[in-house]
Design a protein around this ligand. Structure first.
Ligand SMILES: [Zn+2]
Length: 292
């Protein structure tokens, strides 16, 4: 599931394929819950526009156009935003359903029924494709001055958060710290992988009541969180399931995970087997000896 690092890596790599290029043709799949703005509206309004900026806000990407329109993109659980010509087993395996050819022999991916948005450009260069097998991703076009309710609900970006921001959000809350960290209105951008990794590094158990997080804990959690997020950005993000970079490359952060998805494996600090427990309908991974 793409979280802050994967979305930031996507932003950095797709930026060059979007900015300064004039959209000529928009191709979509039939209307579905993937589209907050109906596909025919996107097909009508986007051509002729040219993106001037691409920002990341939490797990959202926001492209600003010269007309003042903004295009909001969310990768959901299985979203893949990439440049035509990219090839990856992650793009092909979900469609072909068959044998994977050795890397390097893979043909470039061609748009399929899961490719919900395709942007072609006046310069005739590579198209930009947004594919999402499970369709939990989102696309919304905001006209100039139109309120972006989804963005207004976001808390401070996790990379910019302070221990004070986290501590304030914990006061008087009955929920556990893990659930609080996943709340996008508290810290925007954090998801399951990085919450588990940060809590491990901070020595805080995911089941700890948020109200019992001390100033010192909040310091350690925010420091650890930003450390894992930055490290993941540097390694291209975590390619665990569907996530691919816009050029088809895999990230490698998954190789550095200490606890996430490692239930039963020895804790890297004390060798106690890592536990997996469902908290707030999400699996959490932790060491019962190192985290209190
Ligand atoms: Zn341990």
């Amino acid at each position: 599931v793409p979280e802050l690092p994967e979305v930031e890596v996507t932003r950095r790599k797709i930026e060059h394929a979007l900015i300064g290029r004039t959209v000529t043709v928009v191709t979509t799949t039939p209307n579905s819950y993937f589209f907050i703005t109906p596909p025919d509206t996107l097909e009508r309004l986007l051509p002729g526009q040219s993106a001037t900026r691409l920002e990341r806000l939490g797990k959202y990407l926001v492209a600003s156009f010269d007309s003042g329109d903004r295009l909001l993109l969310h990768l959901g659980m299985t979203g893949q935003l990439f440049v035509h010509g990219a090839s990856s087993v992650r793009l092909l395996s979900a469609t072909g359903g068959g044998s994977l050819t050795p890397e390097g022999q893979l043909a470039a991916f061609e748009a399929d029924e899961h490719t919900h948005l395709q942007l072609a450009f006046r310069d005739g260069g590579p198209r930009v494709l947004f594919r999402d097998v499970r369709k939990f991703g989102k696309v919304q076009l905001l006209r100039p001055g139109e309120a972006a309710t989804r963005l207004e609900k976001l808390g401070v970006d996790a990379l910019a958060a302070t221990a004070g921001d986290l501590l304030r959000a914990t006061r008087g809350r009955r929920l556990v710290i893990k659930t609080l960290l996943l709340d996008q209105s508290v810290l925007a951008g954090v998801g399951n992988i990085y919450a588990d990794e940060a809590l491990f590094l901070a020595g805080v158990r995911p089941t700890r009541r948020a109200a019992r997080v001390t100033r010192n804990d909040a310091d350690r959690i925010v420091t650890a969180l930003q450390q894992v997020l930055r490290r993941s950005i540097d390694t291209g993000g975590a390619s665990i399931n569907d996530y691919v970079q816009p050029d088809g490359e895999d990230g490698t952060y998954q190789d550095e995970r200490r606890v996430y998805g490692r239930a039963g494996e020895p804790c890297p600090n004390c060798r106690t087997p890592i536990l997996r427990r469902v908290i707030g309908q999400r699996s959490s991974h932790y060491c019962r000896r190192c985290q209190h």
